[in-house]
Design a protein around this ligand. Structure first.
Ligand code: PAF
Length: 282
């Protein structure tokens, strides 16, 4: 596996592969890799000749009171996992090169960035859109692979790619879950053992709400209120629980067919997000 720590070395290697007509797939990450990330790499390997992974803990997507400084950085373990997965190239840029002194440009996908997580994390999706746009410019991949656990993030990136006419195909990969149903996330390591027992109930409440919709419940706002009450009774402090249209993430009603239920909730000091997407069965 090649490891490129500078933009110049990345560009040199990618130029060789393009010259040799290799197709390139890209998996951007913030490191602390788990089975969910490895599944993204496996998907990328199915469709491209070369797979490039980046690890960059992006400061602009963290708010001032969020966990940027304590976000888990596990470079040696990540390199070992990527080598074992036969990754072709790891891009590990420095913050100074990605955000040069005096930088002042941001990409914002207006409406989508204000919804759901965006309402609770001002600036977060602008930071995500900016770093993803920079990384796409640097790597210029044929396709890029993202986890559907961050469903809103993927819709933001899809919109960015469409609006800026970027020539990259996006692939979304299903969430990898622990046997308990808890969605895999680098932030799960912040959970205490007791919280780890409660955390899978976030997915249970999503599944119960989906079942109620499948059984014909048409009052989505009432389902959201019931879910919020249930989460509070289980010990979560929910930010939101919203039944949305899966394409534009606006609140759905019973006439909408393709749905995603998005939720975020704090458990102790850890903020968990999860979702479930489905076509309604009536
Ligand atoms: O999903 C993530 O890990 C990050 O938001 C991403 C897409 C790598 C941008 O920093």
């Amino acid at each position: 596996m090649q490891i490129c720590r500078s933009i110049d070395s990345l560009r040199d290697q990618l130029a060789d592969w393009r010259q040799a007509s290799k197709t390139l797939a890209f998996v951007p990450t913030m490191g602390n890799l788990h089975a969910g990330h490895l599944k993204l790499i496996e998907e990328a390997q199915k469709t491209a000749d070369k797979v490039i992974v980046s690890i960059f803990v992006n400061p602009t997507q963290f708010g001032p009171t969020e966990d940027f400084s304590r976000y888990p950085r596990t470079e040696a373990d990540d390199i070992a996992a990527l080598k074992a997965q036969n990754t072709d190239l790891l891009f590990l840029p420095s913050t100074d090169e990605i955000y040069p002194a005096g930088e002042q440009t941001r990409i914002t996908v207006d409406r989508l960035s204000a919804l759901h997580c965006g309402a609770f994390r001002p600036g977060h999706f602008s930071g995500v859109a900016t770093i993803v746009c920079k990384l796409f410019n640097l790597v210029q991949p044929d396709l890029a692979v993202f986890g559907l656990k961050d469903y809103q993030q993927l819709v933001v990136i899809r919109t960015l790619v469409r609006d800026l006419n970027l020539a990259v195909t996006l692939v979304g990969v299903d969430t990898v879950r622990e046997t308990s149903g808890l969605a895999m996330s680098s932030r799960n390591r912040y959970l205490t053992p007791e919280e780890h027992q409660i955390a899978p109930k976030l997915y249970d409440v999503l599944c119960q709400t989906r079942c109620a919709i499948d059984a014909g419940e048409k009052n989505f706002r009432s389902l959201e209120t019931q879910a919020l009450l249930k989460l509070r009774s289980l010990g979560f402090i929910p930010d939101y629980f919203n039944i949305c249209r899966s394409n534009d993430l606006e609140l759905a009603d019973f006439s909408d067919k393709n749905l995603v239920i998005l939720t975020a909730a704090k458990l102790g000091n850890t903020r968990l997000i999860d979702n479930i997407y489905f076509a309604s069965s009536w």
